[in-house]
Design a protein around this ligand. Sequence first.
Ligand code: SF4
Length: 294
Amino acid sequence: MADSLRGLAGDFKRFLAAQEEDELLDISRPREEQSVLSPDQVITTAGVSVAKTTPKMAENSTLTVEFPRANVASSTPAAEEPAMNKTDKTHALEELAQVIKTCTRCPLGATRLNAVPGEGNVNADVMFVGEGPGFDEDRQGRPFVGRAGQLLDKMILAMGLAREKVFIANIAKCHPMTDPLHPEKHGNDRAPNAQEIACCRKYIEQQIAIVCPKYVVALGSVAAKALISDASSLGALRGKFHNLHLDSVELPKPVQILATYHPAALLRNPNWKKDAWKDLQMVMDQLGLKGARK
Ligand code: SF4
């Protein structure tokens, strides 16, 4: 087990050290083995090669893009492996956050004030994933700290959890703006487009693989479509658990994902809160959570 943990930690170190896309896809094999890999293979955290899938992402498209189901999804689910310990997880997440903070893989890196890697409990059972940072998050470098974040905090508390017990992150780590020339403007937020999601998704995938929560709650259609790899409407994706499969890394153990409304959408449409609560109760039932005490 110790060897396995050391191997996982080593894989993440090499992932973080790799600068080029090709290097990032071939992180855990000895150099002499990498040379015989086909371009269609990637290496998992377990050191096993799986089919590499490249989502077809239309440039400057947000919701019309097709997110094909990853080939990994059709393979046999990963056998349960020993999880990384808390220290290894903390170290791997911190190193990943440092990489994100200096990342310029997509144009959002040139206009952000602060990258927002994400934060929370490295051993969380539940991980909440939104679409991207907004005005307040860009200034503070922390996820979900504006009005939508305050509502998310209430939703988490209502579940009988607390912000420090869960992990919170976004698909895109830098603030997508409708008018990037004026970052000081309020109401300047937009969803990340398909190209930005494609550039950034390996970071959220690595975070999910490191934390390896029991449940991921995708907040809003952009996060749900990207992570579930299904272009169906949020209405069609909500109300059921999906097996989570990632493109660039194999999960150490199976993770379920549930889609629900983004808190910002709930602020605009308070009548959707009842349905969002039903979604969260599905997770609560699975975890035996009784909800907040009155
Ligand atoms: S959004 Fe993601 S890929 Fe783009 S610059 Fe920021 S961290 Fe890098």
